[in-house]
Design a protein around this ligand. Structure first.
Ligand code: F6R
Length: 607
């Protein structure tokens, strides 16, 4: 999603601005631009496509200056062209924006009626004109911001540079994240601490509705009612070193292989190895009155939530509702007193999930958040924060964050079960012992990488692929299909295997590979029956199971992938690995941009 950097300082800024953009490339974008202020002029350079195009543009047309703003744009309103790329500018100012100005049409019509003309199709440009009108009418930038911000509806982060005030930037956030970085005689603004990590580790996280005046000497922060406020400066843990892929060809593969380590790291924060008990990080948090759980998330995080629904119901006997965030808010959900609303998010910034969180908070629910970014908006608004410890996830397709979410959610389900008297000590010890086996078993699954790479050519030519699973493996089938479609652009669908004969079986022919997830265990026979129904109709099956399952049902399959034999509780963590590797190798075989697939953004900060 859009990335913002801004520097107001004493030294040339353009290279450092572009470095900040590079650190945010992983978020996904389709054009980029900078604007500096030099000798009373706004110097604006923009280019569609990759950041390297902007770098080429800057080599031909440099942008000198000690104050500047920069942006990577993920198109919402208007195609990814040079004219729609940020910064947007008028004679007196330039600005960058992340998010959506929802009332931009009405604002634009009114501006046009007042004689303003527009160069782009974006919602952002209205803000440039609204601000300019006030400045042309004689208001100071500070006064103009106070007039304009209340007119904007939606979620946005803005940074504005003014031609007549070269030593100042103004930033504002409503809904979308914006942080301040503190340097020696310089001040920075950025979408997150990672974007500013090579400039400073001293970070201030702005609160909802805050706006700031940044100068080389520091910042003045105001709340949404324009009252001066103080927000703490904290030491960021984001590494200044450029995030690199090590010896891996892609971040995604590196992150897939990191999973045994980061899942073990996450589990260390949720279980006590000494007595094999579950312990949440905020162990004194009172969950005893909880009668119902509402889980809300998007994409891969939603699939982690679907797995958790099986666990919470099975172990803790708690009723669980689950929804994708974009649907949740608009279906007027019933939220009874005593409910826990659980939000799952890698970034902690996904706009729909964040909006759902605020809706539940206003409705009096207790708010629990599973997030990978502990400084994110969701993490900061939680009553109970359950961090995953996956480390920064750069590949757009979520992998290690997903399995770390599963680890946290399994521990949460066990913890609820203990508190509700549904698990005695012996059963708790057994569950924890199985959870602790997960990293080693995931490493065993990773050992099949070469074999999975070798079978990618079987899937790569397909136009459609189906994934089938039952029980907690059904959400994994959904996740496998999502991974394949987002990075290889092959149409894929996940189905509960028992649903096949209620419609999708009509799709089956020899051109549609069917990936069946079937660990041996209580649901194996039923899943295999569904698989045979597919095969009887000429379907070509890739069976993912353990040695026992493959011995029983592997004959005649197009291919088999053997997983270690694991306890059903950790099967979703282990079986996630071949799903991810298969999608990865198929995408490589097709030559797509694995880490930055077309049209996708890492942190979706627009609704
Ligand atoms: C898929 C993927 C997305 C995210 C979704 C939610 O690989 O990464 O589907 O899971 O955009 O993002 P978070 O978890 O940051 O809320």
């Amino acid at each position: 999603m859009c990335g913002i950097t801004g520097i107001v300082g004493k030294q040339q800024v353009v290279d450092r601005l572009v470095d900040g953009l590079r650190r945010m490339e992983y978020r996904g974008y389709d054009s980029a631009g900078v604007c500096t202020i030099d000798r009373g002029q706004l110097i604006r350079r923009r280019a569609p496509g990759k950041l390297s195009n902007l770098v080429t543009e800057l080599a031909e047309n440099p942008a000198p200056g000690t104050t500047g703003i920069a942006h990577t744009r993920w198109a919402t309103h208007g195609a990814p062209t040079r004219a729609n790329a940020h910064p947007h500018a008028t004679d007196c100012l330039a600005l960058v924006h992340n998010g959506i100005i929802e009332n931009f049409r009405a604002l634009r019509e009114a501006l046009v009626a007042r004689g303003r003309s527009f160069e782009s199709d974006t919602d952002t440009e209205v803000v440039a004109h609204l601000m300019s009108e006030q400045i042309e009418a004689g208001l100071s930038p500070e006064e103009a911001v106070k007039v304009v911000l209340p007119q904007l509806r939606g979620a946005f982060a803005l940074v504005i540079a003014f031609r007549s005030c070269p030593d100042m930037l103004i930033g504002a956030r409503v809904g979308s994240p914006l942080v301040v970085g503190h340097g020696e005689g310089e001040t920075y603004l950025g979408s997150d601490a990672l974007a500013l990590a090579s400039l400073t580790q001293q970070i201030t996280y702005l609160d909802e509705g805050d706006w700031v005046i940044a100068t080389p000497g520091g910042v003045r922060i105001f709340d949404k009612d324009n009252r001066p406020v103080t927000r703490p400066v904290v030491a960021s843990e984001a590494s200044a070193a450029a995030i690199d892929k090590g010896d891996y060809p892609h971040f995604m593969l590196k992150e897939i292989f990191e999973q045994p380590t980061v899942v073990a790291q996450t589990l260390r924060n949720y279980v006590r190895q000494t007595d094999l008990s579950v312990a949440l990080p905020q162990f004194d948090f009172d969950l005893s009155g909880i009668t119902r759980i509402t889980i809300v998330a998007c994409g891969t995080s939603y699939y982690a939530g679907l797995v958790a629904k099986y666990w919470l119901e099975q172990f803790a006997r708690l009723p669980v509702d689950i929804d994708v965030a974009s649907e949740f808010r608009y279906r007027d959900p019933v939220l009874e007193p005593g409910g826990l609303a659980l939000f799952i998010s890698q970034s902690g910034e996904t706009a729909d999930t964040l909006a759902a969180l605020r809706h539940c908070k206003a409705a009096g629910q207790t708010i629990a958040v599973v997030a990978n970014v502990p400084t994110s908006s969701m993490a900061r608004e939680a009553d109970l924060l359950l961090p995953t410890h996956a480390g920064p996830e750069i590949g757009v397709a979520s992998t290690k964050a997903f399995t770390c979410q599963l680890a946290v959610l399994a521990a949460l389900a066990a913890n609820f079960a203990v508190r509700r008297g549904r698990l005695d000590r012996a059963a708790e010890r057994e569950i924890v012992a199985h959870l602790l086996e997960a990293p080693e078993q995931m490493a065993a699954a990773l050992a099949h990488d070469d074999e999975i790479a070798a079978m990618a050519h079987l899937i790569a030519p397909a136009r459609d692929v189906l994934y089938l699973g039952r029980g907690p493996d059904y959400p994994l089938a959904l996740e496998g299909a999502l991974k394949l479609k987002e990075i290889s652009y092959i149409h894929a669908e996940g189905y509960a295997s028992g649903e096949m004969k209620h419609g999708p079986i009509a799709l089956i022919d020899e051109a549609v590979p069917v990936i069946v997830l079937a660990p041996s265990g209580p649901l194996f026979e039923k899943t295999v029956s569904n698989m045979q129904e597919v095969r009887a109709r000429g379907g070509r099956v890739v069976l993912i199971s353990d040695a026992e399952g493959i011995a029983e049902a592997g004959e005649g399959c197009l291919a088999t992938i053997e997983m270690p034999k694991v306890h059903p509780l950790i099967a979703p963590l282990v079986y996630a690995v071949p799903m991810q590797l298969l999608a990865y190798h198929v995408a490589c075989a097709k030559g797509t941009d694995v880490d930055q697939p077309r049209n996708l953004a890492k942190s979706v900060t627009v609704e």
